[in-house]
Design a protein around this ligand. Structure first.
Ligand code: DHB
Length: 299
């Protein structure tokens, strides 16, 4: 058992926000595969269709996607969250986004009756319309949104940070000042692919967020830097496919890890990463899994 912001997890693997978190049934499915907790697809204030196709490309070394935050809006997602809460048997975290502080608060308040175990604020989607793109790179906005949601709800608030900034530590510190219980790092890295035959960007939205194996070193460095500056836990995410990836992330400073892109290679990733971590910890004779958190800083 590990404890993250007061929430008990049977292992440190968490489904990252994304497509597998779109319905109550898909969240339950991931839970049954052995995840320690699950995060929903980001939910916002209004129904959104998402961007036109193609919205996702497999690059081999990662995915580039611009789904466009498709979601039914919080009033329609309540029932899905309730299903996940009833049947998953593990903590369920609601990922939410908004264009303004007020919208973040409305979505959080709107979902609170469905009893999410925590909220994860997606202040970092690379293409939330309006000021979404700039929220996550603006320390004042991150601090005030975090504070407003923390004041509005009585469950832990995690803030998911974007790597598309000059200095992620400044943003992490703003989240901490706003009262965040944890930060989650990283969201996707902005990127593009071009079709040389047509001469146009491939994605319907032209650019998107890069995830998967390609971003692991970027994520590790962000988590490492955040660990030197913050007092709150860091949840590491970005390119985790194996238990070795997860150990690296924890040694950089993560208290738990999220897994997103790797679900495309099989949902057994949660149980294989969790059992690999456990075996490593006991073989190396650490007294507890928490002993490896941040040890990459010790020399
Ligand atoms: C989307 C949202 C994200 O937060 C992200 O990192 C990538 C894509 C989306 O729904 O488009």
């Amino acid at each position: 058992m590990i404890n993250i912001t007061g929430i008990e997890l049977k292992n440190p693997t968490i489904l990252a926000a994304g497509i597998m978190g779109t319905t109550g049934a898909s969240l339950v499915r991931v839970a049954k595969e052995g995840a320690g907790a699950v995060v929903t697809k980001s939910i916002g204030p209004e129904p959104k269709e998402g961007h036109k196709n193609p919205s996702m490309i497999d690059l081999g070394y990662g995915f580039l996607n611009a789904m466009g935050l498709p979601n039914p809006s919080y009033p329609d997602f309540k029932a899905e969250l309730a299903i996940a809460k009833k049947d998953a048997g593990i903590p369920v975290i609601a990922s939410i986004f908004g264009g303004t502080e007020e919208e973040f608060v409305n979505v959080a308040r709107g979902l609170i009756d469905s009893k999410p175990d925590a909220f994860e604020l997606n202040v970092s989607c690379p293409h939330a319309l309006g000021y979404g793109a700039s929220v996550g790179s603006n320390p004042d906005a991150v601090e005030s949104i975090t504070k407003a949601v923390c004041d509005a709800v009585d469950v832990p608030v995690w803030v998911k940070l974007t790597p598309n900034v000059t200095d992620i530590v400044t943003i992490g510190e703003a989240a901490q000042r706003g009262g965040a219980d944890a930060v989650v790092a990283i969201n996707t890295v902005k990127g593009m692919a071009i079709d040389i035959n047509s001469g146009y960007p491939v994605l319907g939205n032209r650019f998107g967020g890069l995830s998967g194996r390609a971003v692991k070193p970027v994520a590790l460095k962000c988590v490492y830097d955040l660990y030197t500056a913050l007092d709150i836990p860091i949840i590491g995410v970005g390119g985790i496919y194996t238990w070795e990836d997860a150990i690296e992330m924890m040694m950089a400073g993560a208290s738990a890890v999220q897994i997103g892109s790797a679900v495309h290679e099989g949902l057994n990733v949660f149980s294989s990463v969790a059992s690999g971590i456990e075996e490593f910890v006991s073989k190396r004779e650490y007294s507890d899994i928490t002993d490896i958190i941040g040890i990459a800083h010790e020399r």
